[in-house]
Design a protein around this ligand. Sequence first.
Ligand SMILES: [Fe+2]
Length: 195
Amino acid sequence: MARVQIPEENCEIREPAEIKAFLKQYGIEFEQWDVDGRIGPDATNEEILAAYEPEIERLKKQHGFVTADVINVNPETPGLDAMLTKFDKEHLHSEDEVRFTVKGSGVFHINPETAPVFAVTVESGDLISVPKGTHHWFNLCTDKTIRCIRLFEDMSGWTPEYMEDPVHEKFSPLCMGPSYLEGEQDDNEIDVARF
Ligand SMILES: [Fe+2]
């Protein structure tokens, strides 16, 4: 279940409707799609994309995306730490960043610039859409596992643009707790990780 934390205000939001309303203030879309009953635990990338085709097609129309794929990251992923250091520093993209998490979890920190930084923890069933130009960074949780659908407008437009005066070092990426320590291992299948 997703949650939003606002460290400077010592505030946490766990109710999905409240999360959706909070994120909407910053142009961030949040939805929850069923996972159990739609895909099995061993679903292939192709099966995942097929299962969520109606939602993917809707998002393509809404955001102008042309492609979708599935990324699969786990602790055995070669070069995982080096890969993640690209995205754990404050950056922005020239297209919307849309991720639907099928398995595992991760944390998007958002820096709205005109409001306190907040963290959005996403887990299985959570869809988040971060608008282009939004300052953000991404961390995995302690299980270092995430499998999600990504959508793209233009693969070449995905390079992160880093901030000259980033704030990410002031914020802990921690998202610990019992539910994060039970991540089962998956296969080593991987695409290039871009968050
Ligand atoms: Fe990003």
